[in-house]
Write a protein that binds this ligand. Sequence first.
Ligand SMILES: C[S@@+](CC[C@H](N)C(=O)[O-])C[C@H]1O[C@@H](n2cnc3c(N)ncnc32)[C@H](O)[C@@H]1O
Length: 302
Amino acid sequence: MLRSKLAKRRVWRRVFLERLTEPLHLNALSLLVLGFGSYRSKTAWDLVVRQPYAFGALEAADIALASGLSAVTLIEVGVASGGGLLNLASIADRVSNETGVRCEVHGFDSGAGMPAAVDYRDHPDLYQEGDFAMDEVALRAALPEGTKLHLGPLSSTIPRFLADASFSAPVGFVALDVDYWSSTVDALELLKGQPESYLPRTVVYVDDVALNEHNSAAGASLAIREFNEATPSRRLERHAFLEDRRIFRNAAWIKQTMFLHVLDHPRRAQPAVVHTKRHMENPYLGAPQPKELFHPRRPPGR
Ligand SMILES: C[S@@+](CC[C@H](N)C(=O)[O-])C[C@H]1O[C@@H](n2cnc3c(N)ncnc32)[C@H](O)[C@@H]1O
């Protein structure tokens, strides 16, 4: 698999633009991490397959742990031949080993490729009906047991999924990759379910915002704007400082990663501080002071 990836010009172009433009010492250190690092450190150093999926899955597992949950759901909407879903299933295994959080994996697709475009908002200049058909038999044979494939139009499969959504394994990561505005509108219904069916902050990777033709009046960006306008209790937006928290800041996926803030989630209304009042040290005062405390421990189960 690595050999076929390395044969692609666009892969080398990406390595050049995202990696060789970064400081030399970081690239040198990353060889050590590649050799000896844990999955968590390899994810931090962008040394894993499908970095945005690995980042999203790990972040979801960490948020689940901090919320006292032991399971989380990871979803790819738009599966095509299934390379991304297979990656997500293997990432789920590694994240479970790293964190102890069980990861359920689901994929959604028509199974028959792209439907017909509605109008210019679907970018018929980029995508066409029938693109990205799936070999369902081959994909089902390759998927690990437990990974669920929901086939059919999103307008049918997503409402069915939401009706059975579990609060014990809330949705923590969604990869949105359905190309059209109209399909992204259907896909975003997935984020309008009961608040407890999500983590209070859920990672959403949006694939179709990076081409030169993509713009805010069409495609996924338009669907996201409409989602935010129509759903005041949910906010899907970029984290303006995410790149400042990454070692390699030039990676394009950072700009494609958003967070769904579930504002009506019960945890969003719980006070953060329970037993201990926070304190800020003042270096200009001589008298002994309590130690600075910004993130007091939450009692178990919160
Ligand atoms: C670009 S492909 C996904 C590629 C995949 N995420 C990967 O990285 O390997 C987009 C997929 O979205 C699916 N799709 C688009 N609109 C859909 C709709 N309304 N209902 C179901 N599937 C849809 C298509 O069948 C197509 O397979």
